[in-house]
Design a protein around this ligand. Structure first.
Ligand SMILES: NC(=O)c1ccc[n+]([C@@H]2O[C@H](COP(=O)([O-])OP(=O)(O)OC[C@H]3O[C@@H](n4cnc5c(N)ncnc54)[C@H](OP(=O)(O)O)[C@@H]3O)[C@@H](O)[C@H]2O)c1
Length: 318
């Protein structure tokens, strides 16, 4: 495994990381059902750590909190080897203070996450989205207090437009509060929106990008070429299958490069993305152990400039 600094922070993260979004039972207490049973999720997490993956991403609301519980149990006994990244912001109840990033909600949710994770600190605590109703200074003061209390080590954000992240960095700066060290956007060959503004900001400010959906939810594995496989994400989410259909010509070019290099399309697309500017880590999702085995083959080598250029061109419109 290769490790790089998370942006300009001193924290070293693995080039690919594991997402826990789909880990949980089919009937969680609340929230979206899990796709990978707690037993299989545990096996996947432990196999990922064995392969050197140290960054494990989850959120307070994934599978109604079950995903955090599974992750906490799976890493017991090896807590110091892993970086637990979790999030706050999304709705966890129907009350007026059951979402967002008010001081009240952050302080309450961090305790719930620590309890579910069975740990006394969170390595990277991320704002899961922008709270348009709470002043940034209120949220950042709460995050800063959590760092001072030792409950959180670094803070990051997710789904922030470039201008809001810029404002947040400024608010931290002028008030001498802890700053976001990372941002977690959707970025892959089939979603390149961040390249216009967020990525240049990250390069300029030393913010580490940790990417979600780096394989486009499975589209970039090429598995949607002839049909939508039963049980795949595209089978459950028609939007994914539709996008796969639209990306078919570009994915065919990705497959040709993969064949030429003796790699899989997932490995090629992950290798391309981890070498983009400001990218620290790509958070892959997996639903089976074999997918993990495949995806870790994306690390330890680098696509030639010419192959990277060909991919850039093939997916230029995305
Ligand atoms: N911050 C946010 O708002 C946000 C949003 C979304 C995700 N995330 C984070 O990012 C993580 C990853 O997101 P993602 O699941 O969308 O990422 P992804 O890596 O683009 O897609 C993962 C899915 O692709 C398929 N797949 C992966 N590797 C494969 C392989 N080698 N061969 C065939 N199929 C393969 C699997 O789906 P099937 O087997 O089901 O087809 C798998 O669940 C999440 O777990 C979560 O931690 C964060």
């Amino acid at each position: 495994m290769e490790y790089v600094r998370l942006g300009k922070s001193g924290l070293k993260v693995s080039r690919i990381s594991l997402g826990c979004w789909n880990f949980g039972s089919p009937t969680p207490r609340w929230g979206k059902p899990g796709k990978v049973t707690p037993e299989d999720s545990t096996r996947i997490i432990q196999a990922a750590v064995d392969k050197g993956i140290n960054l494990l991403d989850t959120a307070n609301r994934y599978t109604g909190g079950e995903a955090e519980e599974i992750l906490g149990r799976a890493v017991r006994g090896m807590r110091d080897k892993v970086i637990i990244a979790t999030k706050v912001h999304g709705e966890v109840g129907s009350g007026p203070n059951d979402k967002g990033q008010s001081r009240q909600h952050i302080m309450r949710e961090v305790e719930s996450s620590l309890k579910r994770l069975g740990t006394d600190y969170i390595d990277l605590y991320q704002a899961h989205g922008v709270d348009w109703e709470t002043p940034l200074e209120e949220s950042l003061r709460a995050y800063d207090d959590l760092i001072r209390q030792g409950k959180v080590r670094y803070i990051g954000c997710s789904n922030f437009p470039a201008w809001v992240l810029t404002k947040a960095l400024w608010v931290s700066d002028v008030n001498k509060l802890a700053s976001f060290v990372s941002v977690q956007p959707n970025y892959s060959l089939v979603n390149r929106t961040v390249e216009k503004e967020l990525q240049p900001l990250c390069v300029d400010q030393g913010i580490g990008m940790i990417l979600y959906s780096p394989i486009g939810g499975g589209i970039l594995t090429g598995k949607y070429e002839n049909a939508v496989p039963e049980g795949s994400r595209g089978y459950d989410e028609p939007g994914v299958a539709e996008k796969a259909r639209k990306a078919q010509a570009a994915v065919a070019q990705l497959k040709a490069i993969a064949n030429e290099l003796g790699k899989t399309p997932a490995q090629i697309s992950l290798n391309w993305i981890i070498h983009r500017p400001a990218v620290s880590s790509a958070i892959m999702g997996v639903s089976r152990l074999e997918q993990l085995e495949d995806n870790v083959g994306a690390v330890g080598w680098k696509l030639s400039d010419e192959h990277a250029r060909q991919l850039d061109e093939a997916f230029a419109e995305w």
